[in-house]
Design a protein around this ligand. Structure first.
Ligand SMILES: [Zn+2]
Length: 113
């Protein structure tokens, strides 16, 4: 269950960040999750809830938004949004595609008080 590891990493980033900004409590954690990352949001939310107990992030809301796959065409260099399972350059039709995004996750914003 890699959601626990991800939740740990998110808190490791979020907690010092909140502290640096003089926040006493984290109200909301905003994340971007790539649709190809395999992260199950409800598991991640649950893991965050468990791990944040006793920290400034306890009870924080988790707001996750999804990022579609990003592709880059090796033939013409065009960057575009890929559709799962079908990676063809919309500009030149080439199938020489490199995945450049949508497989990771990112902490985008913290709502604090
Ligand atoms: Zn192309």
């Amino acid at each position: 269950m890699h959601e626990t590891a991800i939740a740990e990493q998110i808190l490791r980033t979020a907690l010092p960040l909140a502290q640096e900004n003089g926040a006493v409590r984290i109200l909301e954690i905003r994340l971007e999750i790539g649709v190809l990352s395999g992260v199950v949001p409800s598991y991640l939310e649950h893991a965050l809830k468990e791990l944040s107990r006793g920290t400034a992030a306890e009870g924080a809301k988790v707001a996750a938004s999804y990022v579609p796959p990003q592709i880059r065409c090796e033939a013409c260099g065009a960057e575009s949004e890929g559709r799962r399972g079908l990676y063809v350059c919309p500009v030149c039709g080439s199938e020489k595609i490199r995945l450049t995004g949508g497989s990771g996750y990112k902490l985008t914003d913290l709502l604090v008080e």
